[in-house]
Ligand binder design. Structure first.
Ligand code: FE2
Length: 252
């Protein structure tokens, strides 16, 4: 908004003044929506709140728990199904890649990104991690089963597998199950940079999910992400919570 000095302001015609009032009003509405988490947020106000909260990743130490709690507070006040950007994306969705989930990147800047994931019944994302990232997902519609694990220990066992004329170094670790839940419309799931950072998803019906990560995907966190094969028969404790898992550490 342009700056007006007191003198210039007094010289304005009535029409000019009305123009300023008309310009101020939407700004005020925007600020109200952005600063009162208890109100339903419009899309721009939502982005503004997430941007503000995403700055917490620069606080040292990064308090994942507080950041996620703040994000969850915001998400609880968002009616995602009513946002035009989301309605349009869901309307435009078709199952172009059978048996594989699809996604739309709704917004991305360095500190965070927001995606809309689409699953058909039975589609899944196998266990994988999100190195140095915090994430929250919110189910818009459908039913999706989500499990979260924490990598608790690296094991000495290493083996090599030749696949497509390449040697894959397979390493082992222990994963502790943190949670597993069936998520439905309005339900949330989150992961921290360590705790519960590995997750797996299986859709039990067609599902649409909002997914927010801080920071956004970049070359470093994308390339260091790992996929895990969990051996659910290899329990490492009495309470059936810790499992042996393998992952491809490198390909030569
Ligand atoms: Fe993920």
């Amino acid at each position: 908004m342009e700056h007006y000095s007191k003198r210039e302001f007094m010289r304005l015609s009535l029409m000019g003044f009305m123009g300023i009032v008309a310009g101020i009003s939407p700004l005020c509405n925007y600020a109200v929506a952005a600063n009162h988490p208890s109100k339903s947020l419009n899309w721009d106000a939502f982005l503004s709140r997430i941007r503000e909260i995403a700055q917490m990743q620069y606080h040292k130490p990064w308090n994942n728990t507080s950041q996620l709690a703040a994000m969850i507070d915001v998400l609880k006040n968002c009616h995602f199904a009513e946002y035009d950007i989301i309605k349009n994306a869901i309307n435009a969705y078709s199952d172009r890649t059978p048996h594989v989930f699809e996604h739309d990147l709704l917004y991305k800047e360095y500190e965070f990104q927001i995606s809309l994931l689409h699953f058909e019944k039975g589609e899944e994302i196998t266990p994988h991690d999100h190195p140095e990232m915090c994430g929250v997902m919110s189910v818009i519609s459908g039913e999706i089963f989500v499990s979260n694990y924490t990598r608790t220990e690296d094991l000495d066992k290493t083996r090599m597998v030749n696949h497509n004329q390449k040697n894959m170094i397979i390493k082992s670790c222990l994963l502790k199950k943190e949670s597993e839940q069936m998520l439905r419309s309005g339900n949330l799931s989150s992961l921290e940079t360590r705790k519960g950072n590995i997750h797996a998803l299986t859709a039990h019906s067609q599902s649409h999910i909002i997914d927010i990560f801080t920071p956004a995907y970049n070359l470093v966190n994308e390339q260091s992400s790992l996929w895990y094969h969990i051996d659910h028969n290899k329990l490492q404790d009495q309470d059936r919570e810790t499992f042996v898992a393998e992952y491809v550490a490198s390909i030569e």
